[in-house]
Write a protein that binds this ligand. Structure first.
Ligand SMILES: Cc1ncc(COP(=O)(O)O)c(C=O)c1O
Length: 447
């Protein structure tokens, strides 16, 4: 890709002050910006023309790699054909096609798709569907929602309420009431340096029985978990844990929601983590990979029984008072259909599955590097916990991010002092080697 000077000048304004950047240390960033101007395949291209290998798939989004021509062409064609169609009371055929294609990828009878524009909206939508479903079936006392410590469900009020990350919660008031949290499934002492799902920890699901016992099953609408907690450092579920959650929720008439915003579309070597784990939840949230990150889109997959509970009453009435101006936006539908074509034609989910053992072996070699406390791998995903600097939690992680960008030419995701590796699923074995080598250099540089 030719990153010419007009892109440079457009991408580097003189003053970075106006843009209040999300989840960013704004003052530090603006003193030493990390600016990206282009992307192609496995690489980002900086404003000064350096090629950085992308070990993060942007932000868990570009599973098919960057700059896919068929996606760009589909978006262009779509924009020229129809710019916008109102999704309330009107329809645009590709939206129906995309919903069917996504439902086809989902297990069992998760046959219905509600579209929105992000993971956060998908989570709020799923929570609202769960609450409304309980009302629709005459169980309106079920208003409680259960999340999990170290869960990330985006930044809407619903998502931060069921989420389990203190910094995302503590500044924002009382949040939703009637929310409880399961404990995290992570125990470093018992699980360190596990490839895939740890043997230890299925019993953490039994906490749900305790919560149900405390409040009474008739008060609980839904449990929401990420099948693999991504944002707080890649925590694969212990063996048998998700099955237990499914058993307990089914027993007590509680809906089970899998937040698959990260794990959807191949990250764990299957279309959805639900398939990998053989557990069918009642709702699945998705976003990110559905359009390969090219256009914002999210959604919720819904099982027949939940959907059908709303399809009663007079037919001229709206069944669910919820939706977004940009639900199933034509550009997102075009990008989604083109992305699903690539995933299918290049068998990227199968590729990820086949590559998983090699990826895990390669990443585990980082164990010998300084300050490495734990490494976890699952699918084409890994996390490396580094020891924090005394009294300055997160500083070593930030230094790693910065060093990676400015010196070792790799784009990483960092949460606190944990480095996450989540490259596009097109990553080659050589590129896995390159990523591991660059991460090793980075870890040494911040030791
Ligand atoms: C599991 C999960 N849910 C929800 C979200 C929120 O998605 P978005 O940032 O698109 O709102 C994320 C984002 O990383 C996520 O990982």
């Amino acid at each position: 890709m030719n990153v010419s000077s007009p892109i440079k000048s457009a991408a580097v304004p003189n003053d970075l002050d106006a843009f209040w950047m999300p989840f960013t240390a704004n003052r530090a960033f603006k003193k030493a910006p990390r600016l990206l101007a282009g992307a192609e395949g496995m690489h980002y291209i900086t404003v000064d023309g350096r090629r950085l290998i992308d070990a993060a798939a942007g932000m868990w989004c570009t599973n098919a790699g960057h700059g896919r021509e068929t996606i760009a062409a589909a978006i262009q064609k779509q924009a020229a054909a129809v710019d916008y169609v109102p999704p309330f009371q009107f329809g645009y055929p590709p939206a129906f096609e995309l919903a069917s294609r996504i439902a086809e990828l989902a297990p069992d009878d998760l046959n219905h798709v509600f579209f929105c524009n992000s993971g956060s909206e998908a989570v709020d939508t799923a929570l609202k569907i769960a609450l409304a479903y309980q009302q629709a079936r005459g169980e309106g006392t079920r208003t409680r929602l259960i999340g999990r410590e170290r869960g990330y469900h985006g930044v809407g009020f619903g998502g931060i309420s069921v989420g389990g990350i203190v910094n995302n919660r503590r500044m924002f008031g009382t949040l939703l009431t009637g929310v409880d949290h399961l404990p995290t499934t992570y125990d470093r002492e018992k699980q360190a340096f596990t490839k895939g799902e740890p043997e230890y920890g299925a019993h953490f699901a039994d906490e749900l029985e305790r919560i149900v016992g405390l409040h009474g099953p008739g008060t609980i609408a839904a449990v929401i978990v990420e099948p693999m907690a991504g944002s707080t450092g890649v925590l694969p579920p212990p063996k048998g844990y998700l099955q237990k959650l499914r058993e307990i929720t089914t027993k007590h008439g509680i809906l089970l929601i899998f937040d698959e915003v990260i794990t959807g579309f191949g990250r764990l070597g299957a279309a959805f983590a639900a398939e990998r784990y053989g557990v069918t939840p009642d709702l699945i949230t998705f976003a990110k990979g559905v359009t390969n990150g090219a256009v914002p889109m999210g959604g919720v997959l819904v099982r027949d029984a939940v959907h059908d509970a709303f399809m009663t009453g007079p037919e001229h009435l709206i069944e669910l008072f919820h939706g977004y101006t940009y639900s199933a936006h034509p550009l997102a539908c075009a990008a989604g259909l083109a992305s699903l074509d690539i995933y299918r034609d290049e068998n990227l989910f199968g590729r990820a599955k086949a590559l998983e053992p090699k990826f895990a072996d390669a990443v585990m070699t980082l164990r010998k590097e300084p300050n490495v406390l734990d490494i976890r791998t699952v699918g084409i995903t890994a996390a490396i916990d580094l020891a924090g600097i005394e009294g300055a939690a997160g500083k070593r992680g930030m230094a790693a991010l910065d060093t990676a960008f400015h010196q070792t030419d790799i784009v990483l995701r960092v949460t606190g002092d944990t480095i996450a590796l989540t490259p596009p699923l097109i990553v080659s074995e050589d590129q896995i080697g390159e990523i591991v080598e660059k991460v090793a250099k980075t870890i040494r540089a911040v030791a």
